[in-house]
Design a protein around this ligand. Structure first.
Ligand code: B1M
Length: 210
C-alpha cells in the first residue's frame, strides 16, 4: 500500500509534522496499527543501517526518533485498552548505560494493550532501581530493554540484584532488544526473551500467569 511506503519515507526523513497526518490517513484507509508500526520500523531500519555506516549523524537520527514518537502517539489508543483490569504488573526500563527508549516505549504500549499494568521507570536504570520499583509496585515481572552490546553485561547485574534482595524466585525477569538472543537469555538465567514488541506482550502475559 502506497501510504505505508510514505510512512516509511517520512520516518526516514524525520518529518514529525507529516507523520501523524500519514498515520491517520493509513488508519482511515483500513491499515492495522501493526502494519503502520511495521512501516515505521522499515524506515527506522534504513536509518539504522546508514547510521552504522556514518552516512547519517545523531541529529538526523533524532529527527527520525521524533517522527516515530509522533506517529506512535496516535497508535497508542488503538493498541491499548486502559479500562481492563490488569492481569499483572510489569516494571519496564532500559538498563543502565542505555539511552534507547523507542523500542521500550513500544513494548510498554503492547503490554498495556494485552491488559498488563506497566510501570515505566525510564532509561539508564541501575539494577537496584529495578529491584526498588518491583518491590514498591508488587510487580510480577521485570522487563529490561537492552539495545547496545556494551549494555548486555547489565543483565547479570539485574539478576544478581534480585537474588541479593531475596526475591528472585518471586519475580520473573524478561529481556529483549536488538543484540539479545534466546541463547544469551538462557545463559543469564532470565525467565524469557522476546524479539519484538508483539512477542514481548505475549511472553509477558504468559510469565505473569505462571
Ligand atoms: Co543508537 N545504536 N546509539 N541511538 N541506535 C543502535 C542500537 C545501533 C545498532 C546503530 C548502529 O550502529 N547500527 C548501535 C549499537 C551497536 C552495538 O551495540 N553493537 C547504536 C549505537 C552505537 C549508539 C551510540 C553508542 C552512538 C554514539 O553515540 N556513538 C549511542 C549510545 C547511547 C546510549 O544508549 N548510551 C546511540 C545513541 C542513539 C540516539 C540517541 C541517537 C538514538 C536513540 C534515541 C532514543 O531511543 N530516544 C539512537 C537510535 C535511534 C538507534 C537506532 C538507529 C534505532 C533504534 C530504534 O529506536 N529502533 C539503532 C539501529 C537499529 O536498531 N537499527 C541504534 C526502533 C525500535 C522500535 O526498535 O529499539 O530495536 P528497537 O526495539 C524493538 C526490539 O529490539 C524489541 O522490540 C522493539 C519493537 O519491536 N525490544 C524488546 C526492545 N526492547 C525490548 C524489550 C523486551 C522485548 C523486546 O523485553 C523486555
Amino acid at each position: 500500500m502506497e501510504i505505508l511506503e510514505k510512512i516509511a519515507a517520512a520516518l526516514y526523513d524525520g518529518d514529525e509534522k507529516e507523520m501523524p497526518l500519514l498515520v491517520q490517513e493509513a488508519i482511515e484507509a483500513g491499515c492495522s496499527p501493526q502494519q503502520v508500526l511495521d512501516a515505521m520500523m522499515a524506515g527506522m531500519a534504513i536509518v539504522g543501517d546508514e547510521f552504522s555506516r556514518d552516512e547519517l549523524y545523531i541529529p538526523e537520527v533524532l529527527c527520525s526518533c521524533h517522527a516515530m514518537m509522533e506517529g506512535s502517539k496516535l497508535l497508542k489508543p488503538l493498541l491499548t485498552d486502559a479500562d481492563r483490569n490488569a492481569i499483572g504488573t510489569v516494571v519496564l526500563g532500559s538498563v543502565q548505560g542505555d539511552m534507547h527508549d523507542i523500542g521500550k516505549n513500544l513494548v510498554g504500549m503492547m503490554l498495556e494493550g494485552r491488559g498488563l499494568k506497566v510501570i515505566d521507570i525510564g532509561i539508564d536504570v541501575p539494577a537496584e532501581k529495578f529491584v526498588e520499583a518491583a518491590i514498591k509496585n508488587n510487580a510480577d515481572l521485570v522487563a529490561c530493554s537492552i539495545l547496545l552490546t556494551t549494555t548486555m553485561p547489565e543483565t547479570p547485574k539485574v539478576v544478581k540484584a534480585f537474588e541479593e534482595a531475596g526475591i528472585r524466585d518471586k519475580i520473573k525477569i524478561m529481556i529483549g532488544g536488538a543484540p539479545i538472543t534466546q541463547e544469551f537469555c538462557d545463559r543469564m538465567k532470565c525467565d524469557g526473551y522476546a524479539k519484538d514488541a508483539g512477542g514481548a506482550a505475549a511472553l509477558a502475559v504468559e510469565l505473569c500467569q505462571k
